[in-house]
Design a protein around this ligand. Sequence first.
Ligand code: AMP
Ligand code: MG
Length: 312
Amino acid sequence: MISNKKYVSQFALMGTIISITLFENRPQVVFAIFRYLQRVEHQFSANNQQSELMQINQNAGHQPVMVSATVFNLIKYAVRFSRQHSNSFNIAVGPLVKLWHVGFADQHVPKDIEIKKRLQLVDINAIKLNETKKTIYLEYPGMELDLGAIAKGYFADQIGELLRDFKIKDAIIDLGGNVVTFGINRLVDNKLWQIGIQDPQQSRGVILGRVQSSACSAVTSGIGERNFNINGRFYHHIISPQTGYPLENDVTQVTIFSKSSLQGELLSTIAFFAGSVEGLQLIEAKKDAAAVFVTRTGEIKTTNNLDFEAIV
Ligand code: AMP
Ligand code: MG
């Protein structure tokens, strides 16, 4: 029975805390989501040597790898998008992400010559997809696909499908910062959802403002968490496929509100690269997306179609 009571379930998976909020006591739905995420983690994990993604990477320059339809289709989609935005969003950026390894114990500033070498491997045209055989082949040894920028958004959209199959209308899915709301918020009179925007200068959970919205996805690309300082210089995990170095511009964080969470992931990366001025225009021009930018000087900039309330 649907109620005005919320049922929150949390579990640790994919290196984060997943939180599912329903308005009915439906443990079987939570379990189905858990099983789904376990399955895709096995397919897509960058840490598990057995995952389909790792099999593709390990066979770079060696042989094509047959993958599941799920993995094939997401990579196909990501490759198409990377072709259009190869100077910003580029899933072939894996060798550079691994080289810097920002956020891991061995993070470091690599030698310039190493960076130049790896840049040669960031070649979207050397990813060969065979639709009939469902195989993926990376032509050069050392090439690596990195789905870190989009995987969670894709999973969140798929969980949306799962909720529909179970006839669940109202819910919040939080995949550790990637939030999607469904249906209406039964706990407030105006039925809208309130989504907090993380303050990039503060620890996780401290917000700098709130967005009020009907059902939508909210995904963030930011450099407030995975970063390090050496010799007075700041380095982070979003790598420019043009230079091989962490991107330097005026943005610290951008949150995209959109219907599809996968779309939000793609837009948050390209909006991040575009910078707050052009990025704002880029999102403003889309009728089905909205954005909150936080700049390196701490300024908050939002698109016009957004109900944003800053916390002062
Ligand atoms: P997100 O938190 O969704 O913005 O994704 C950040 C992650 O995307 C990084 O940790 C890398 O795994 C990956 N990544 C870094 N640079 C790029 C890039 N230029 N294009 C695509 N993915 C990237
Ligand atoms: Mg992303």
